[in-house]
Design a protein around this ligand. Structure first.
Ligand code: AMP
Length: 393
């Protein structure tokens, strides 16, 4: 059986999905899994199509992080071998495509170097995204690889939506708003007509709410604005990331505590968001199950900030015909959806509480709502698999 492997490599994990070829519209992955805890207690596990764990393996400690990443990928490739799966191609999620890569890209040695130049734009993610490409080139030189960029879908944004109010020379270096979660938004844009009909081509705001969270304004199913900016830390409050933060706060901390970029990176990426405000957890489900007032406050702030960003993106979209929820929280938390929509009544939003509480309902608006409300499960891996299949024929 010929298969497609989709790889999403992070700093301490490597997630993957395997699809059978040819890839049909809406096809489910035959296997999904991850190498978890790289740098600590690394494990490699796989779930089959029905979600049952079919492989679980402890990985030995390596001499350094590099070796542990390598060992994780080797464990995955060995496991694929043992399943007698023949890889026809590998698709990679890559966080940053910069200003130039606006479409999926067939990877070769020379354009990996180009992608390497974008590391300063996403130092926490990009190096990890590129590492498996090199390993695969060495280990499976005949298997073609395709990169799909989180930023690519947003390249249709008008210049005004991309521009910070900073001196032109700095903008010219590429310091502008890019936007992320592009494969998720592209997948949702593809599903929209089937769920909301002709309004799909109007002004739509899609909320991808997961551990990382962002929103995208669509017009004619093309991106026209994003809550995320130069990096994936702007916009919404997230699991551990601040989202929008007055840069003056960082100057204050530099002046009063002598903080440098290491401490500030920790603050804005790792210690803030739901975790920082609750002091309990970054996990929405854990917070919803908690009775602590701090957990409630964190959820309220999450919803309030999301509603504020949504208002801003309605301006970018030039109206509000529909709101779509997706991502782990957007798909699974009726309370968060209701909490966000409660701020938006003046837009003519009217939510059907029963539909919102019914798992699997795609539409959650009342018939008199001026704004269509939808919950659409995203599938970033399918989107990447689709591009890999198309690009490689
Ligand atoms: P993601 O990054 O898209 O996998 O989303 C992870 C987030 O989704 C975590 O904060 C989870 O707690 C949250 N999540 C997943 N399932 C649920 C659920 N049933 N209720 C509330 N939050 C959930």
């Amino acid at each position: 059986m010929s298969s497609l492997l989709i790889v999403n490599a992070g700093s301490s994990s490597l997630k993957f999905a395997v699809y059978n070829l040819p890839l049909a519209e809406g096809a489910q992955a035959v296997f999904r899994g991850q190498v978890d805890g790289i740098g600590a207690d690394a494990r490699f596990f796989v779930k089959d199509a029905s979600g049952d764990r079919c492989h679980d393996q402890e990985l030995p400690k390596g001499p350094d992080l590099e070796a542990e990443h390598q060992a994780g990928l080797d464990a995955l490739l060995d496991w694929l071998d043992a399943q007698k799966l023949t890889l026809a191609a590998v698709g990679h999620r890559v966080v940053h495509g910069g200003a130039n890569f606006a479409a999926p890209l067939r990877i070769d040695a020379s354009n990996i170097e180009e992608l390497e130049k974008l590391v300063p734009l996403a130092p926490l993610h990009q190096p990890h995204n590129l590492r498996p490409m090199r390993t695969l080139m060495r280990r499976l030189p005949d298997v073609p690889q395709v990169a799909c960029f989180d930023t690519a879908f947003h390249r249709t944004q008008p210049a005004i939506a991309e521009t910070f109010a900073i001196p032109r020379a700095i903008t010219a270096e590429g310091v502008k708003r890019y936007g992320f979660h592009g494969s998720s938004y592209e997948y949702i844009a593809r599903q929209l007509p089937g769920v909301i009909g002709p309004r799909a081509d109007g002004a739509v705001v899609v909320a991808h709410l997961g551990n990382g969270a962002s929103m995208c304004a669509l017009r004619e199913r093309k991106a026209v604005g994003s809550s995320m900016g130069f990096t994936a830390v702007d916009g919404l409050m997230m699991g551990t990331r601040t989202g929008l933060l007055d840069p003056g706060v960082m100057l204050y901390l530099m002046d009063t505590r002598g903080w440098g970029s290491k401490e500030l990176t920790n603050l804005i990426y790792k210690q803030s968001g739901l975790l920082g405000v609750s002091g309990i957890s970054q996990d929405m489900r854990t917070l919803q199950e908690s009775d602590a007032p701090e957990a409630k406050e964190a959820i309220e702030l999450f919803c309030y900030r999301a509603a504020r960003e949504l208002g801003s993106l309605a301006v970018a979209a030039g109206g509000l015909d529909a709101i779509v929820f997706t991502g782990g929280i957007g798909e699974n938390s009726p309370a968060v959806r209701a909490g966000i929509l409660a701020h938006l009544g003046f837009f003519g939003v009217s939510m059907d509480a029963e539909a919102n509480n019914t798992r699997g309902r795609l539409r959650i608006d009342k018939s008199d709502s001026r704004v269509a409300l939808a919950v659409i499960p995203t599938d970033e891996e399918w989107m990447i698999a689709h591009h890999a299949q198309r690009l490689l024929g």
